[in-house]
Design a protein around this ligand. Sequence first.
Ligand SMILES: [Zn+2]
Ligand SMILES: [Zn+2]
Ligand SMILES: [Zn+2]
Length: 157
Amino acid sequence: MTDGTAHIHDHEHCIDTAIARARELCGAREVKLTPIREKVLEIVWRSHKPVGAYDVLDQLARTHKAARPPTVYRALDFLMAEGLIHKIESLNAYLGCGEAGHMHESQFLICRACGTAEEIVDDALDAALDAATKRSGFTVERKVVEIAGVCARCQTL
Ligand SMILES: [Zn+2]
Ligand SMILES: [Zn+2]
Ligand SMILES: [Zn+2]
């Protein structure tokens, strides 16, 4: 979501689109989107709020009783490696990626009031970061911008 309407939209559509895209990408890449991995992806996509690994496990255990933390971490690692979800380090939580399949650097607007995180993909911001780190002679290993604040909707409540 990039239009600030994260709360008032057909979220089923977001989930369906994300799952369909994941199947398509994994098929094209010849990697296996196993039922567990797909279920974990669906759980992460249940809302636009980043979800922690243990919350994922709680929900997964409802349908997959044998699921354990390593099951969840392996699935999350796979989904991250395929660019289907992102990790929000400041929250130690995961968020579905709406731009899966496109190379992009991530910037997130994280609302402390409602807990949603909105991914913005801004090439100009990314280029500015590249220039700034280059000037400092810094070798970048991870480049994720996490901005904390209050979203447009929460400001009007
Ligand atoms: Zn949605
Ligand atoms: Zn993304
Ligand atoms: Zn909010």
